[in-house]
Design a protein around this ligand. Structure first.
Ligand SMILES: Cc1cc2nc3c(=O)[nH]c(=O)nc-3n(C[C@H](O)[C@H](O)[C@H](O)COP(=O)(O)OP(=O)(O)OC[C@H]3O[C@@H](n4cnc5c(N)ncnc54)[C@H](O)[C@@H]3O)c2cc1C
Ligand code: FES
Ligand code: FES
Length: 495
């Protein structure tokens, strides 16, 4: 029998902290600022966009402590169970600035200073985990979720390049063995249940515990990374009383990169799934690079992106085009459905009370199949798509034998382009004149909405143009005439 723990436990300043009796909606930011009275971590937007609240979480991965940046404003306190929490105040050691803080000073990387603690914490994670040799592009990627309104990024990027290019050597590396021991001791495999039956934060440790708890409380809110649910709390003022966090369920974050298929467990974060998705296709890698920010990718999960049923989520169209299947579990019973059948209507999914998303099975494209995915958004980084188009073309020589196409942002759900798929069967890649019927069919497949992100007419034009782009790139085998960034020919040549 699995023992239940009635408090969360995390590692802070070299010792274990226990927290019990907190409200399930309490965020990590509230804990730091209101309970610990550590005011270095700022609140800017309270919706994961500005990065002022960035802190680092240390977790044991691959036998060592790995640091990731998270937005404390939309992370629940309960989600730090088993992790080390590092806030900006913790970086100064024996009265000396941390190397990233010293570099920010010497490069004049701060003016009003409101963004600075968050930027310092993002750079702290780059200092520990960033690729070597460090590139300007890698610095830009890690700072994509940190908004600075007054300094300008040039001095901040210079500080990062100065401080984060070598082997890490700070008080955290010096105490890493002790931290590793501490974190390992926290991984007790117990279910966590803080509160009572009318209101609780629960973190089951196994799938059986999760299935049983959710069957008992089908009205509870499942939380994976909380990058969507967090906004319901901070912006929607949702009064969620029962929260079941999936982040401790053993095995639910599996990534099994097989020869023919990639299996991604529901709680695998975008950061964890990134490399395997990028290996399937360079466009999937580029999509993941542009998914939110480093903070959002560290918390947000593949399962959460599917389960929320958003019509503008980025992964659903790409995974539908690739022919993904979804595995769901309710109690003891597990079923598998084609991903496209999961989305029934706007924000309505084929999910029964007490049922949860377990894993996604993604067949890999074969040698004669071409995949393309394009995200169109107002900003390059940290922005939700206006239109997201994904295409898998099965070729028979220079002809398209069949196609799977899905779009986000074009309907109330992520939706396949069935008429367009039919119209593409048999067209010649060498005769652009044969593409007209398929390009016109996009207009029959979708009647997109007008909203703040884009007008209906804009979306319809973009979708048609993205199909034309996919066909042109497939026909020519090149992307230098169709792309400014993410050129596949350059990426493929570099491999
Ligand atoms: C600043 C910012 C930028 C973002 N950028 C992007 C972007 O570029 N592209 C994009 O597509 N999205 C983006 N998002 C949205 C969000 O990050 C993603 O949808 C993310 O994948 C959600 O995953 P999560 O684990 O955080 O979900 P959560 O917030 O934990 O949950 C989301 C929903 O799914 C349900 N749920 C979660 N896991 C399961 C499960 N296993 N079974 C059943 N139900 C489950 C929850 O109950 C909830 O209804 C952004 C969000 C923010 C705040
Ligand atoms: S306060 Fe803006 S991301 Fe958290
Ligand atoms: S220093 Fe003012 S917002 Fe960055």
């Amino acid at each position: 029998m699995i023992v239940t723990r009635e408090a969360i436990r995390f590692w802070r300043h070299g010792r274990v902290v226990e927290a019990a009796g907190f409200h399930p909606r309490t965020t990590l930011l509230d804990y730091l600022r209101l309970q610990e009275r550590k005011l270095g971590t700022k609140e800017g937007c309270a919706e994961g966009d500005c990065g002022a609240c960035t802190v680092a979480l240390g977790r044991v991965r691959g036998g060592r402590v790995q640091y990731e940046p998270v937005n404390a404003c939309i992370l629940l306190l309960g989600q730090v169970d088993g992790a080390e929490v590092v806030a900006v105040e913790d970086l100064v050691a024996d009265g000396d600035f941390h190397p990233v803080q010293a570099a920010m000073v010497s490069h004049h990387g701060s003016q009003c200073g409101f963004c600075t603690p968050g930027i310092v914490m993002s750079l702290f994670t780059l200092y520990h985990e960033g690729e070597r040799p460090l590139t300007r592009e890698a610095v830009n990627d890690v700072l994509a979720g940190n908004l600075c309104r007054c300094t300008g990024y040039r001095p901040i990027v210079d500080a990062a390049l100065d401080a984060c290019g070598g082997d890490p050597d700070d008080s955290f590396t010096q105490s890493s063995e002790r931290t590793l021991e501490g974190l390992t001791s926290l991984a007790d495999g117990q279910d966590v249940f803080v509160g009572g039956t009318d209101g609780f934060f629960a973190a089951p440790a196994t799938e059986d515990s999760l299935a049983a708890l959710y069957a008992q409380h089908p009205d509870a809110t499942l939380v994976a990374g909380c990058t969507d649910v967090g906004l319901w709390i901070t912006k929607g003022m949702a009064e969620l009383e029962k929260i079941v966090w999936l982040g401790r369920v053993a095995g639910l974050d599996i990534i099994d990169d097989g020869t023919d298929a990639l299996v991604i467990g529901a709680t695998a974060t975008h950061a964890q799934a990134y490399a395997s998705l990028a290996r399937i296709d360079a466009d999937l890698g580029e999509l993941m690079r542009r998914f939110g920010s480093a903070q959002v990718r560290a918390s947000g999960t593949v399962g959460g992106n599917i389960a929320n049923g958003s019509p503008i989520g980025d992964l659903a169209p790409a995974l539908i085009a690739l022919g993904a299947e979804l595995e769901l579990r309710r109690g003891e019973s597990i079923r598998t459905i084609p991903l496209e059948n999961f989305f029934i209507a706007y924000r309505r999914q084929d999910r029964l009370p007490g049922e949860y998303v377990r894993r996604i099975v993604l067949p890999k494209p074969k040698a004669h199949e071409v995949f393309r995915a394009y995200k169109v958004s107002k900003r390059f980084d940290e922005d939700i798509s206006a239109v997201m188009g994904a295409f898998r073309l099965t070729l028979d020589g220079r002809r398209v034998a069949s196609a799977r196409i899905a779009f986000g942002g074009m309907a109330g759900i992520p939706k396949k382009a069935s008429e367009t798929e039919q119209a593409l069967a048999g067209i010649s890649l060498d005769e652009a004149s044969s593409w007209g019927e398929a390009l016109a069919a996009i207009g029959r497949d979708y009647q997109p909405l007008d909203d703040l992100r884009a007008s209906s007419a804009y979306r319809a034009t973009v979708a048609r143009n993205l199909l034309f782009k996919a066909l042109s790139e497939t026909a020519s085998g090149q992307t230098h005439a169709t792309r400014i960034v993410g050129r596949r020919d350059a990426l493929e040549a570099a491999e």
